[in-house]
Design a protein around this ligand. Structure first.
Ligand code: GTP
Ligand code: MG
Length: 262
């Protein structure tokens, strides 16, 4: 999950590549009815059920209303989703979601989907992507932290926050990133006031206190060009869902087990 353009699809593709190289069975599930192209084709694809383009064309909706319509349609056709996912109950599935933030924060659709997955015995972890460029402006960073917090409390599932596009940051900025990974909001409030001006000082402080009280927000840096960084994120996600504790090693794309083969 994460705002538009935050690197969600790139995260999914990077993880697919990483898992395949590690011979781990992994499938991509595309939940974005407006997605255009994928390097790794999705195994399950909402566009087989409904596409945003069709909804906009046939029903005259705009892109955001159309997206909500697509998800309402999905909720009315849950048998389809259950059937599509049914074959992969022992595998690792990566869901690529749309960037419209209202799906996570305003309406309970993603929460319902997360609950359903749990009912179907999947262990679920939410991964929220935020662009590292946000740290260049502390007030933007605050907005990002609050949207991540909002998604986290709305979804009620184990959750990790990922700071994407780390490869785009200059070395100087990278060195000072710790304060953003594990934020001390009260310190950052001063920075925010520098960019918003004194007039918003009290507001910045109030928001900083709010973030501080939740004290749940921290970010894991993701540099897609660094395998260790990808492995680090994956290990956190694995930990959150206790992946591997009762997993048998498998070859990718193994056929069903042959009972005569001990
Ligand atoms: N250099 C660099 N570019 C990235 C990275 N992640 C994403 N991008 C670029 O940022 C743009 C948006 O990335 P996507 O992965 O499509 O973002 P998204 O969150 O899936 O976007 P929507 O689905 O439209 O909401 C693309 O041009 C990517 O190539 C990254 O880690 N490093
Ligand atoms: Mg995308």
């Amino acid at each position: 999950m994460g705002p538009a353009g935050s690197g969600k699809s790139t995260y999914c593709q990077t993880l697919m590549q990483h898992c395949e190289a590690a011979k781990r069975r992994v499938h991509l599930v595309n939940l974005d009815p407006a997605a255009e192209r994928f390097e790794y084709p999705p195994t399950v694809d909402i566009r087989d059920l409904i596409t945003l383009e069709d909804v906009m064309e046939e029903l005259g909706y705009g892109p955001n209303g159309g997206l909500i319509y697509c998800f309402e349609f999905l909720m009315e056709n849950l048998d389809w989703l259950e059937e599509q996912l049914g074959d992969y109950e022992d595998d690792y599935l990566i869901f690529d979601c749309p960037g419209q933030i209202e799906l996570y924060t305003h309406i309970p659709i993603m929460r319902q989907i997360a609950q359903l997955l749990q009912q179907w015995n999947f262990q679920v972890v939410g991964v929220y992507c935020l662009e590292s460029q946000f740290v260049e402006d502390t007030s933007k960073y605050f907005a990002g932290v609050m949207s991540a917090t909002s998604a986290m409390s709305m979804l009620e599932i184990p959750h990790i926050n990922v700071m994407t596009k780390m490869d785009l940051l200059s070395e100087d900025i990278k060195e000072n990133m710790d304060r953003y990974f594990d934020p001390d909001p009260l310190l950052l409030a001063d920075d925010a006031t520098k960019s918003t001006g004194e007039r918003f000082k009290d507001l910045n402080l109030a928001i900083a206190h709010l973030i501080d009280e939740f004290s749940m927000v921290s970010f894991l840096p993701l540099n897609i060009k660094d395998e260790d960084s990808v492995a680090y994120i994956l290990s956190h996600a694995d930990n959150a869902i206790q992946w591997g504790e009762d997993q048998e090693p498998k070859e990718p794309n193994d056929e069903a087990e042959d009972p005569s083969d001990e």
